[in-house]
Design a protein around this ligand. Structure first.
Ligand code: 13P
Ligand code: SF4
Length: 324
């Protein structure tokens, strides 16, 4: 079942690791009444042990509905923080507290407060990839799977600030025909894809369909026959009659694509240089070992000031209502 049957385990700074990490994690899960939620960009072993794998919207919904006492979030900080915002009284664990997000970091709260103050009549729609402080300053949260749907529900004469991803913002502008005031943030991973290399790949694999996440730049999106969130990309690959796909998003998703469509070929879109920078360095900080230690030690735990949590909860609830 698991990608690495019994991965090589040994001593760590925290002590001895059990020989069978998968069984040890399952045991801890029962002891803690925990649920493991994982994003599609996590390493294969983590995806395989998770109780639920999803895109940002699916994970937020799963966090909102779980009966578990402890949520172990295998993703990045803003995702675990969202789970905590939705669950004041539950323990939320993140295997590595340094698993941040360049996009969330590109929108510091003080600068955003000044930006918002400069547009006092604007409604603030923020992509879920932002800190709790930014969510607390927002009117509605969205994800890559519902951003278009949410903006379409806002009256046409209502001016809107869209933050923090300028690429998703531009994509929403194109889809809705709305003029949005964009915060100039971006994701290091999705901005690394090279238009030139995608064109070269399309020439090398003429039958392959290029598919892309809307966090990519317009120059890359224009070569994609389908654009969507990670969950949407996954569904598309499964249902499309095509047998080959060039995938312009974090390649962690290919693990699920390959599972759902084992006979199809998935080619990760190459970055500009011959680096591994199409892998999210933050998502990849989480490992199965760190997940085990987080459950064993009940740490690192996400905590938030209650006033920020309450203020950040309202725009998330609006998103959940508007995308029901
Ligand atoms: P989705 O989960 O909405 O596809 O977004 C991808 C992403 O970059 C998460 O950080
Ligand atoms: Fe953030 Fe980009 Fe990593 Fe997603 S892929 S967590 S947006 S840095």
């Amino acid at each position: 079942m698991f990608t690495t049957a019994l991965a090589q385990r040994g001593k760590t700074e925290q002590g001895d690791l059990p020989l069978d990490l998968f069984t040890a994690i399952e045991t801890l899960k029962k002891e803690l009444n925990a649920v493991i939620l994982a994003h599609y960009y996590q390493e294969p072993d983590i995806q395989d042990i998770a109780d639920f794998i999803g895109d940002s919207l699916q994970l937020a919904k799963a966090a909102a509905h779980t009966n578990a006492d402890v949520i172990v979030f295998a993703g990045v900080h803003f995702m675990a923080e969202t789970a905590k915002i939705l669950n004041r009284d539950k323990m939320v664990l993140l295997p590595d507290l340094n698993a941040g997000c360049s996009l969330a970091d590109s929108c510091p709260p003080e600068a955003f407060a000044a930006f918002k103050a400069a547009h006092p009549d604007h409604l603030v729609v923020s992509y879920i990839n932002c800190s709790a402080d930014i969510k607390a300053m927002s009117d509605i949260i969205c994800t890559s799977s519902n951003a278009v749907k949410i903006v379409e529900q806002i009256p046409k004469d209502q001016p809107i600030i869209f933050a923090p991803d300028r690429n998703l913002g531009r994509y929403v502008m194109e889809k809705t025909g709305r003029d949005l005031v964009l915060w100039e943030g971006s994701c290091v991973v999705h901005e690394t894809f090279s238009e030139k290399k995608i064109v070269q790949l399309k020439m090398a694999y003429p039958q392959a369909e290029a598919i892309a996440h809307p966090e990519c730049e317009t120059s890359v999106l224009r070569h994609a026959s389908f654009i969507g969130s990670t969950a949407a990309l996954l569904n598309y690959c499964e249902q499309s009659p095509s047998q080959e796909f060039i995938v312009a998003t974090e390649p962690g998703i290919i693990h699920q694509m390959q599972k759902r469509a084992p006979h199809k070929r998935f080619i990760p879109a190459p970055p500009l240089n011959n680096c591994a920078c199409n892998e999210c360095p933050f998502m990849r900080l989480n490992t199965l070992e760190k997940l085990y230690w987080a459950m064993k030690n009940r740490a690192p735990e996400i905590s938030l000031p209650e006033n920020i949590r309450e203020a950040a909860l309202r725009p998330i609830q609006r998103m959940l209502e508007m995308s029901a």
